[in-house]
Design a protein around this ligand. Sequence first.
Ligand code: URA
Length: 239
Amino acid sequence: MIRLDKYLADMGEGTRQEVKKYIRQGKVLVDGSPVKRPETKIDEAKQQVVFLQRQIDYAEYEYYMLNKPAGVISATEDAREKTVLELVAGSRRKDLFPVGRLDKDTEGLLLITNDGALAHRLLSPRHHVDKCYYAKVQGIVTKEDKKRFSDGVNIGTEGSKEQTAYGRLEIIRADSGLGISEIRLTIQEGRYHQVKRMFEAVGKKVLYLRRESMGSLVLDKDLKPGECRRLTDEELRNL
Ligand code: URA
């Protein structure tokens, strides 16, 4: 059961104050009759809510896959910078947030939801969820780097040790002419600038970074950077 004003505000029909006004004006019908008390409790599974001739169904949680473009920050709001939430078309919900952060210049998979329990499960190191990244790296990535990432590298700054857990490094291509490598790295942690700092620890520099998957969720190849879509039922079930 949920209050009528919260029901409509959660579904993006206005702010709590705005929807209270619409309700008091008799613009909202519940099971066919106007209900004028915003605090009226609604059984979201059984009752029908209609506002301005539109049936408004209640969804407790929403889930979007965004292909984050470079130049946008992984925050819910910011006075100066464009945020990933501004790219979620089709939702006016106020409680959405990105699951984890990608750096401003990183592209790729970002899950956006209001489901805090799922976010916790995907981000908590205890749950060992794989995050897979594709990167272009300045320098020739070697078998020794693979071994070092597998054993864990120290990404701490002077004096402070910060050891990473196991990481699986795959070398896609190492072009000794250009001095550039393409790699795929799978890690289960999500420390600040982790991939970039891991390569710095082995004397290399990440030039381009894209997240390709998180657990069972794989970035949809049809989503261009900046595009977003709802998760399918199957993607959600598998998460
Ligand atoms: N590692 C990084 O260095 N940056 C990201 O955005 C994600 C992982």
